[in-house]
Write a protein that binds this ligand. Structure first.
Ligand code: UDX
Length: 437
């Protein structure tokens, strides 16, 4: 099929490359000429395993092109909207200006049987408004809402073989044709057994919001348990294992630690709360405020723990911060708990040296005074205490004896509960984590 993708950020760039990899003819559009130039040479502006490979092969095959000129989408049958919906202000509401701008820019280039496919995460009600916008502009193109559930670090895999596909469409003329078109564009995934949920526009929008709210709640639930475990001498990891064996609960997303971050979960729960307030239903999702508060409290708990384990006085305490990305296999530092911990310690007067295999450049853009080391070993050198905040494999596999030989004092705070306490203690370390004795 001939498809366009509007927006070449994280979601759009991966989606465009994946669609081309599946054999479609793809034209991807972004207003940022620098981004378009980089992507055109096969260089993604962010780290994502597997993306450079499918980008290069799709560019070489001629099936994928990037442009700043929206008029080039004319003639495509399907147009994916993959622009960002950042947090707009302190209310937490999503800023959907880019979605509206994308639809406005598309309108003059749409054919009568085209299908516009919304992938951006939007407040419920947006899709209906966009469908009306198409109609009132005299377009007979149909809107389908097809939320994206990709995880950073697994974005290519999640796009090519998603857990499920959701297609929301309004009843009416064009509905059947639009559904047939999205089924065709995702034919490979559907043929290999991916479940499909066909529904209305509002449900499709809410599926994404509800899924992220549920995941965030699961993480904050276990982090709340980590506080209780800590006060009572219980072990939150064993607790998670035990409740996770209940298939109704499940073990995934029950890892206690410094909490969730990134470009999606924190922003999406705040946008959901803001939208619920607008609907007069703030109390229905009031618990999400608590989910957010528990999550932010974990960051402060880690900062406090580093200071107390480091002897109580943060001033001139040499801290090695291991990790800056919001999670491993990513260079994303948006709302990163790791970066907040580094910043909080530095603001308290500690001498912070951070190391991350991929995210030091992006971190320094947001926090220019941050001192970084070029290797893990350099970060540890002469440190009074280390804190593991992103569970990169090279940190998880770190040999405590090697670390101990480099550091001034053998102390470590494991803010992701991924190290073996017995091994670190046997190497002479003062080891502590969140919710494990
Ligand atoms: C998330 C959703 O998983 C994805 O479906 C959606 O499309 C976008 O948001 P992502 O932000 O890439 O994806 O990361 P994810 O793997 O979900 O992790 C989010 C955060 O939760 C990370 O900071 C991670 O470290 C943290 N986390 C995850 C925990 O603290 N504990 C866990 O058990 C799992």
């Amino acid at each position: 099929m001939r498809v366009s993708v509007i927006g070449c950020g994280y979601l759009g760039a991966v989606h465009a490359a994946a669609m081309a990899d599946l054999g479609h003819e793809v034209i991807a559009v972004d207003v940022d000429a620098e981004k378009v130039a980089a992507l055109s040479t096969g260089t993604p502006p962010f780290f994502e395993p597997g993306l450079p490979e499918i980008l290069s092969s799709s560019l070489a095959s001629g099936r994928l092109r990037f442009t700043t000129d929206i008029a080039e989408v004319a003639g495509c049958e399907l147009h994916f909207i993959a622009v960002g919906t950042p947090q707009s202000d302190d209310s937490g509401a999503a800023d959907i200006r880019f979605v509206d701008a994308a639809v406005d820019a598309l309108l003059p280039n749409l054919g009568p049987e085209d299908v516009v496919v919304g992938k951006s995460t939007v407040p419920v009600g947006t899709a209906q408004r966009l469908a009306e916008k198409l109609l009132s502009a005299g377009s007979s193109a149909t809107l389908v809402w097809n939320p994206e559930f990709l995880r950073e670090g697994f974005a290519v895999k999640d796009t090519l073989s998603p857990d499920r596909l959701v297609f929301g469409v309004a009843d009416g003329v064009g509905q059947d044709r639009a559904l047939a078109a999205v089924r065709e564009v995702y034919a490979a995934a559907i043929a290999s057994g991916t479940p499909v949920v066909e529904t209305d526009l509002a449900t499709a929008e809410l599926v994404k919001t509800a899924a992220n709210a549920f995941l965030a709640t699961k993480i904050s639930f276990i982090n709340a348990m980590s506080e209780i475990a800590e006060a009572t001498g219980a072990n939150v990891t064993e607790l998670a294992d035990a409740i996770g064996y209940d298939t109704r609960i499940g073990r995934r997303f029950l890892n206690a630690g410094v909490g969730f971050g990134g470009g999606c979960l924190p922003k999406d729960i705040r946008a959901f709360s803001a939208r619920a307030e607008e609907l007069g239903l703030g109390s229905s999702v009031a618990f999400l405020g608590e989910v957010d508060a528990i999550n932010l409290r974990q960051r402060q708990r880690v900062i406090d723990r580093v200071i107390s384990d480091g002897g109580g006085d943060p001033v001139d305490l040499k801290v090695a911060v291991l990790g800056l990305a919001f999670k491993p296999q990513s260079d994303d530092v948006r709302d990163s708990p790791a970066l907040d911990v580094a910043r909080g310690l530095a603001q308290a007067g500690a001498l912070v040296t951070a190391y991350d295999p991929e995210a030091m450049g992006p971190a320094q853009k947001r926090f220019p005074e941050l001192k970084v080391a070029s290797t893990l070993q350099q970060a540890l050198l002469d440190a009074d205490i280390a804190v593991l905040v992103t569970e990169w494999p090279e940190f998880v596999q770190l040999d405590p004896r090697t670390a101990g030989d480099l550091m001034a004092h053998k102390r470590i705070v494991d803010a992701r509960n991924v190290l073996d306490p017995a091994a670190w203690r046997a190497a002479g370390f003062h080891y502590s984590s969140l919710g494990r004795p």
